[in-house]
Design a binder for this molecule. Structure first.
Ligand SMILES: Nc1ncnc2c1ncn2[C@@H]1O[C@H](COP(=O)(O)OP(=O)(O)OP(=O)(O)O)[C@@H](O)[C@H]1O
Ligand SMILES: [Mg+2]
Length: 1076
């Protein structure tokens, strides 16, 4: 590395040499018309006075590529590129080029300034350029003036004109006089050829190698996808300023190209020129190092180390103008600055997400590392992918979705862009495993876990704990950030994550919590002994009939806010939701129908077409009043339509189950909890907090309120709920018979993270279970638990123990074990799956999907549905002879089903799991044939929500089984079959809709609308005009249109980049190619 003094010397020297060289060669830009300007005493002075930097955006503004400008300069004269590529101009260019190589600096209007308070890294960044920038120069400023005559190129052109005049008309001395103004001009003028410095020799070697590579002629992998390829441009034709043909190269690539061209032409130029090139190369190598040191420090601009463009984007895309004070404080914490792990806890709606997003942007843009964002639900992943795709497009990173059956393992290697992986808990675990396996975990610079308290949530909590334990053990450079609502035992989580903690009670909209007992409303006040204080009497006039129907006065509570404001009513069961919505609208004033009547009619139309003509009778009745129910019994399409209508104010009231509280962001002015129960269980404090946390919409309401309706019998228990301290979060590795612990140990051995019992134990010390050993497992020590688990895995033939040369026991995974952890198959049925798949091979039915569908019907759904024997029998008799034979082979003879349907006793013993599983397989089989949820759910008398859940579970399990079979040679035949089946199960729509449904959040109904409006491919969507989309697609809001387009663009870019990477890999010259 260079010291600042060395840096100064080099830059100044470079400054002089380039000035002189430029004056001889002449740098010409035909991009901006030359403007008459005052004369400069010397090129050096002129450059030192520069306040403009020519960036990618400036080039775009003028309809050219920055790379083209460089290329044009090159084309002007073989020496120009060296002028561009060396000296002071080059340094500046170098910085511009590197910064401008991503479009992230578009519209950056303010930037680094030594005068402003900047972090040391920023100062260091400026330090390396301060010799060519005035002290108060803003590195990113002046963008707007590109069209004015102060553009950098215009100035350059002036300089060039003058120096040319000077060169052409005067004696060379005139120029030399000017140049002698520069501090070290003499040094260079007099420099005689000398041996190349070793750093430069190395650098030359490095750049000439790839030059010879056959891949050089191939399109660069860094080529970002250009949506509207323009006509070809002849670079030599300097009067043509059109977009680059087809693809555009990144600035880095241009730089590389310049370097390689330099290297290639070296032999044709004089020794003196070679010497100068050598110096240039050394300078270039130095500048690259300087650049790296800047980016590795992690600062690019004034917005928490990010360029102002990020701030502008946050405003443009999220409408957030300024950060909350706590957000600013949190982002400035030492732990953040020094990249230590951090847990930050705030109440719901506190704005936690934005802080995480800013940290993610920093990781992607400044540290050039990938980031992993783990969210608890698929719906949240999809929402985030949609929301962050626009940022990805603007800031030049990829957003990759890992949810349901989406996501590649290991992820596609991206050489030129960084990726943000947005994953569910389960997919996040598989992703981390695949990265560890491929020795790529260090590429993940940052892991953000939203809703960190999910660690305490059953088997999913166990999976999250496994993921984090492995990351902590394997990658010391990966920073872990956890967000959570306030927790009772955050210290435990801190010990587990070796993290610091930041807590704040900020909530942008005040939340007032109430309870309603009989006719009275009480405010919740934990400081009071009674826990509540009287607030008011509820004002209502009920007829006796109405009083009977609505003894809890829910209508009175709701109509205090609707239809002008919004209301959510949480119910204990799904049936409750439907009944309550129906009941409320029965008593609502007819005036409610007039509110947003047209929009509600459109919504009904949309719902009907999403159901292929079928419409839920409850929704048909409630929607005209602006009401709907929302729970998992609705199809995803229905749920989405209802959510969108609620968000836009077309619906003002939703009756819902607790899943709405955690799954999606739908705030309300008033939240009513119809009872303190979820199904038959009393509410937990965290559930209660999640629900009431929906009250108060930031930026819309001045306050939010929640009302919990209590019956006398529940008052005391409710006091505990309302006034008790926050719940604690405990490890779930021992949940369900220690399945989590078994899985963790299996994958540790499978991934070769640990090969001895001692190593396993060592890793176990880094788990949350270890932190909470005394509370979670008071009887057995962690050591005993570990040894027991290893024994169990051995018994299940998932691992084996052998001895190494030192007689030490080595743990190794078996083939079955590897298939199990690779497929993320539950340990409790991995052997059954193996047996079923083996048996399946003996007579696999291939002229129908039924047999394969049966093999991927999830075992864990079997107990959620009891067959209706009549329906079973009817479906059975509709099967072909081959299908019936297959059913009999797996263990369900027709006679058995017939006797059951006839209500006769059955003497023959059958395996109930197999019988029930085949029934579910028949549902799925029907669905694959019909692709219509409504018809199938009616046929089997199941709710359409259940059928849809079955479908998505089957597609997820299908992909698990696929990975399972891939590891076992004997199952080779399944690979192709299961790939296709999983794809069909994932989308289960007409084939032509699949490309559209690949776009995150585009469901069947929307895909149909888009398809019939002419958007038939991903490219159609990516290039769509948002205005046209809004006007042609019914019920599509502007924001949604933008998000669909952004997600489509992102997906298209990802696909194009993946192909590009593949091409590059194919054409890469093998490093070990034999030669003489
Ligand atoms: N600085 C800000 N100014 C205005 N609005 C903001 C700001 N920061 C976040 N918001 C908005 O506040 C709302 C809630 O933020 P967010 O979803 O991040 O909350 P949260 O803390 O994650 O809550 P929860 O625990 O419910 O998930 C969002 O609509 C978000 O856009
Ligand atoms: Mg949140």
């Amino acid at each position: 590395m260079y010291t600042d003094n060395q840096l100064h010397d080099i830059v100044v020297k470079r400054n002089t040499s380039s000035s002189r060289k430029r004056s001889r060669d002449g740098v010409r830009s035909h991009v901006t018309p030359a403007k008459k300007r005052s004369s400069f005493t010397s090129t050096t002075t002129c450059l030192a006075d520069k306040e403009q930097i020519y960036t990618q955006d400036m080039a775009e503004n003028e309809g050219v590529e920055l790379g083209d400008v460089v290329a044009q300069w090159e084309a002007m004269s073989p020496h120009n590129k060296k002028v561009v590529g060396s000296g002071l101009v080059w340094v500046r260019w170098h910085f511009c080029l590197e910064f401008a190589c991503s479009p992230m600096f578009a519209r950056v209007s303010s930037g680094l300034s030594l005068g402003s308070p900047v972090s040391p890294t920023v100062q260091r960044g400026v330090l390396s350029v301060k010799w060519c920038c005035s002290d108060n120069e803003d590195l990113f400023e002046g963008y707007d003036s590109i069209v004015a005559d102060s553009s950098f190129l215009a100035k350059l052109e002036d300089v060039e004109l003058q120096t040319r005049q000077c060169y052409d008309q005067q004696t060379p001395n005139a120029c030399a006089d000017d140049l002698s103004d520069s501090m070290l001009a003499e040094d260079f003028r007099d420099s005689s050829p000398r041996a190349l410095p070793s750093s430069q020799l190395e650098f030359q070697k490095a750049i000439t190698m790839p030059h010879k590579s056959p891949s050089r002629g191939a399109p660069s992998s860094s080529t970002p996808y250009l949506m509207n390829p323009g006509p070809a441009v002849n670079h030599a034709d300097l009067s043509v300023h059109k977009p680059h043909p087809k693809a555009r190269r990144s600035m880095k690539d241009h730089l590389k190209k310049v370097l390689m061209d330099n290297a290639a032409t070296a032999s044709t130029v004089s020794k003196m020129v070679q010497q100068k090139e050598a110096v240039m190369n050394e300078e270039m190598s130095f500048a690259m190092q300087a650049m790296e040191s800047i980016t590795s420090e992690g600062d690019l601009g004034p917005f928490f180390g990010l360029p102002s463009k990020v701030k502008d984007l946050i405003f443009r895309l999220k409408g957030i103008q300024d950060l909350y004070e706590w957000q600013k404080t949190c982002l400035s914490l030492d732990s953040i600055q020094q990249r230590r792990n951090l847990i930050y806890s705030l109440p719901t709606s506190g704005g936690k997400t934005l802080v995480a997003e800013i940290l993610i942007f920093k990781e992607l843009l400044c540290r050039k590392k990938d980031a992993l964002l783990i969210l608890p639900y698929i719906s949240l992943v999809q929402e985030k992918v949609r929301g962050l795709s626009s940022f990805g497009i603007e800031l030049d990173f990829l957003v990759e979705e890992y949810a349901g059956s989406k996501g590649k393992f290991p992820p596609v290697k991206r050489r030129n862009k960084n990726s943000l992986y947005i994953t569910t808990i389960e997919k996040g675990h598989s992703l981390v495993n695949s990265l560890i396996e491929n020795d790529r975990l260090d590429n993940i610079g940052l892991v953000v876990v939203d809703e960190l308290h999910m660690l305490g949530d059953g088997s999913r909590g166990a999976i999250l704990e496994m993921t984090l334990s492995k990351i902590l053990y394997m990658s010391k450079s990966t920073q872990v950030i956890g967000m959570s609502a306030t927790l009772g035992n955050v210290k435990d989580l801190q010990s587990f994550l070796r993290a610091e903690n930041y807590t704040n009670n900020f909530r942008p909209v005040e939340l007032k919590e109430y309870v309603k007992i009989k006719d009275s409303i009480y405010e919740v006040d934990p400081k009071e002994e009674a826990c509540f204080t009287f607030s008011r009497l509820l004002n209502f006039k009920y007829s006796s009939g109405m009083q009977k129907m609505d003894p809890d006065h829910i209508i009175a509570l709701a109509t205090e806010v609707i239809p002008q404001q919004s209301c959510l009513i949480f119910c204990a069961t799904k049936k409750n939701c439907e009944n309550l919505a129906g009941m409320i609208c029965k008593y609502l004033n007819k005036e409610f129908i007039k509110h947003k009547e047209a929009e509600k009619a459109t919504l009904l139309g949309e719902l009907k077409s999403s159901g292929n003509g079928s419409l839920c009778p409850v929704l048909q009745k409630t929607i005209p009043f602006g009401l709907a129910y929302h729970h998992s019994g609705l199809t995803s399409d229905e749920r989405k339509l209802v959510e969108e209508a609620y968000s836009s104010g077309v619906l003002s009231l939703l009756t819902c189950t607790s899943t709405l509280a955690a799954g999606i962001n739908l705030p309300a002015r008033r939240v009513i909890l119809r009872s303190p129960y979820v199904a038959a269980d009393f509410l937990k404090r965290s559930q209660y907090k999640q629900m009431v946390g929906r009250a108060g919409r930031a930026g819309i309401d001045a306050m939010g309120e929640s009302i919990l309706i209590l019956q006398d019998k529940d008052i005391n228990t409710a006091k505990n709920l309302l006034c008790a301290p926050m719940e604690k979060c405990y490890s779930n590795l021992l949940h369900d018979g220690g399945r989590g612990l078994l899985s963790l140990i299996l994958s540790l051995i499978g991934l070769k993270i640990t090969t001895t019992v001692e190593q396993v134990k060592d890793l176990m010390k880094g788990t949350l279970l270890s932190v909470q050993e005394a509370q979670v497992s008071p009887e057995k020590s962690l050591w005993d638990l570990t040894v027991e688990s290893i024994q169990t895995l051995k018994q299940k033939n998932l691992i084996e123990v052998s001895s190494d040369e030192n007689n030490q026991n080595i743990l190794q995974i078996t083939r079955l074990g590897r298939a199990t952890y690779k497929g993320s198959v539950d340990l409790s049925y991995c052997d059954v799956l193996y047996r079923d798949l083996s048996k399946g091979l003996e007579g696999l039915l291939l002229n129908s999907f039924l047999h394969l569908v049966y093999l991927v019907t999830p075992y864990d759904m079997v107990h959620q549905c009891k067959p209706d024997w009549m329906i079973y029998f009817r479906q059975f008799t509709n099967l072909s002879a081959a299908e019936q034979k297959m059913a009999t082979t797996v263990g369900v003879p027709e006679s058995f089903v017939a006797r059951k349907a006839a209500g006769q006793s059955v003497r023959k013993s059958v395996d109930v799991v197999v019988v029930n599983r085949l029934y579910l397989a028949l549902v799925l089989f029907s669905l694959l044939k019909e692709t219509n949820l409504w018809i199938v759910s009616e046929r089997f008398q199941l709710t359409r929500g259940f059928v849809q859940t079955l479908l998505s579970s089957a597609s997820a399990f299908g992909s698990s089984v696929l990975h399972f079979t891939e590891e076992l040679e004997e199952f080779w035949a399944y690979k192709a079959l299961l790939s296709e089946l999983t794809r069909r199960l994932t989308y289960c729509v007409q084939a032509e809709l699949i490309p559209l449904m690949e776009v995150s959040g585009v469901l069947e109904h929307r895909a149909k609308q888009l398809y019939s409006a002419g958007y038939k491919t991903l490219a159609h969507l990516a290039n769509a005009d948002p205005q046209t989309l809004v006007q042609t697609i019914e019920n599509l809001f502007k924001k949604q249109a933008y998000q669909i387009i952004a997600s489509a663009k992102m997906l298209l870019t990802e696909k194009a980049e993946a192909l590009q990477e593949e091409v590059d890999d194919l054409l890469m010259l093998p490093l070990d190619l034999p030669s003489l």
